[in-house]
Design a protein around this ligand. Sequence first.
Ligand SMILES: [Cu+2]
Length: 320
Amino acid sequence: MDRLIDLTSAITRRGFAIGAALAGTSMLLPRTGATAARQAEDFGSLDLPTLDIIVLHDGYDGLPDSIAAGRYLINITCDAGVEGDEGIAFTRPPAGMTAEAFLTALAPPTMASPAASPVADAGPGGASPAAMYQATWAGGTSALPGESSSVVLDLTEGEWIAWGDDPESTQVPTILSVTGTFPADAPEPAADITATFIDFEITIDGNLVAGDHLLKVENTGAQPHLLYLDRYIGSGTLDDESLATALEAAMSGADMPEGLNPETDLESAGVALTQSIGTMSWIPVSLQAGTHSAICFFPAAGTGLPHAFMGMHTVFEVTE
Ligand SMILES: [Cu+2]
């Protein structure tokens, strides 16, 4: 069970990648091919308030200290100095908890003081801190170094943390004060594909043909969820069964199934960072024809087991 506990102590997707790397493979370390730039042109007509943010290795440029509550278009450009796929996400700590206390609760154990972290104290299996499940996660977006992406998401009144959606991100979290009442007439972007989360399934519905789309991501589950969309570019076949087998192999350290090496056979088609129940976000995606997977790696309450290992993945086809 030791290896399983190593893996389940991962509290984020990147933690999972580290755990998977220990197990001899990686589902999430940099994948082959450049992601098509996910640009904002679809959102131009909506007249949304906009934040243009540069993601740096150690933080963010262009993020104000305080903004009015609302539905925001967030455009990011990743500086060439970031490591891999990095971005920005927005998380509001549970009522009564400061941003500092929230970040401390989620801080990973350090090499210097592995026992000093609340996560390390959480018990066998690396149970995730309760605050993770009580916080509001509004979503976010990421991009490769030198590339851009966009997301529309809702920021309600309160003290938010803008960060990399992950305690181990290199970006220093920034506190963002959001004031006033969320507008009742916030315009809804016209999505033609929807990704819906429940505990623990993802469904992808809509106009699944090659081309540019606007994807609406909504969470109707109790736990926070996130979305990794990938196109299968291997020479075999990807289906629900082989994906489940690959995830099991990543967890157990077994060999990957024939025709599915996540490092070479999956190419990112889109990322929607963590959202909690009742939240919506919208991301532009550029789909090519082929077989795709949608996976959530958020850690489950109680066990810390990434949702992917609880069946939270699906395979779908995009046609010409
Ligand atoms: Cu999930």
